[in-house]
Design a binder for this molecule. Structure first.
Ligand code: ACO
Length: 219
């Protein structure tokens, strides 16, 4: 019997996670938890089962969870709340069958690696990260937790990215650079210099545009 997981969230990002999980074929999706929707509602072929409270009486019926909320800060808040309330809850990873994970690469709990993404040799992906389609993280890079890569981002080798940082669509980072925690690297940026924590940067070459606080909106 396949393992059963629950998915938190029922928005656009959750649909992409549902698809990745289904294509991978390792887990059966028991349903979605999202307090904004009515119990029994159907979203992308899955049933909304309720809110986080559902786990109070059903935690022993599932093998894990994925928090499918696209906003990095909000995803972190939900994960931390779940860890406090349900310390035994395991977080599953989902890796699309067309993704390529090289030898020595590691994917942290709760992370989702979508179609065509590449995690190259010895790269480390943190927990609860999102690699949207065709992202490429190259060898020996170190990616923090609650990080997102929008479609078609690419890093060279030995890149370091801090927790909660969002790399927007099509951005590229040359080898060996470091981007701190809570940064936003804007769409199409070319990062050729290190970017300090709590910074919005974009352009080619990427320039620091302004600072940002943890949890500030970025889309
Ligand atoms: C599956 C998915 O949907 S995943 C998500 C996909 N979406 C993304 O990745 C997009 C994320 N958003 C971005 O990257 C945006 O560029 C942001 C958030 C960094 C924009 O930041 P802001 O500084 O707030 O930009 P704002 O919209 O106020 O524009 C300010 C100026 O910067 C310019 N600008 C905005 N973004 C960029 C960019 N990435 N590169 C170059 N210039 C830009 C604007 O054109 C504007 O110029 P103007 O003053 O001459 O008119």
């Amino acid at each position: 019997m396949s393992k059963r997981i629950i998915i938190f969230g029922a928005g656009g990002h959750a649909k992409t996670v549902v698809d990745t999980v289904e294509k991978e074929g390792v887990y059966e999706i028991a349903g979605l938890l999202d307090q904004r929707l009515s119990i029994g509602e159907q979203v992308y072929g899955c049933t909304v089962l309720g809110s986080e409270d559902w786990l109070e009486s059903h935690a022993d019926t599932i093998d894990g969870a994925i928090v499918a909320i696209g906003d990095n800060w909000t995803r972190g808040l939900v994960v931390h709340s779940l860890k406090r309330r349900f310390p035994e809850l395991a977080f599953a990873t989902a890796i699309h069958p067309s993704a390529q994970i090289a030898r020595g690469a590691r994917i942290g709990a709760g992370s989702v690696i979508m179609a065509g993404a590449v995690v190259n040799s010895d790269a480390i992906i943190g927990e609860h990260d999102i690699l949207y389609p065709n992202t490429s993280v190259d060898h020996d890079s170190r990616i923090g937790s609650f990080v997102s890569f929008a479609p078609r981002c690419a890093t060279g080798g030995n890149v370091t990215i801090g927790d909660y940082t969002a790399i927007a669509i099509g951005a590229v980072l040359i080898h060996g650079r470091t981007v701190g925690d809570h940064c936003v690297i804007g769409a199409g940026a070319t990062v050729v210099s290190d970017v300090p924590a709590h910074t919005v940067a974009y352009g080619t070459p990427a320039r620091i545009i302004r600072s940002r606080a943890s949890g500030d909106r970025y889309l």
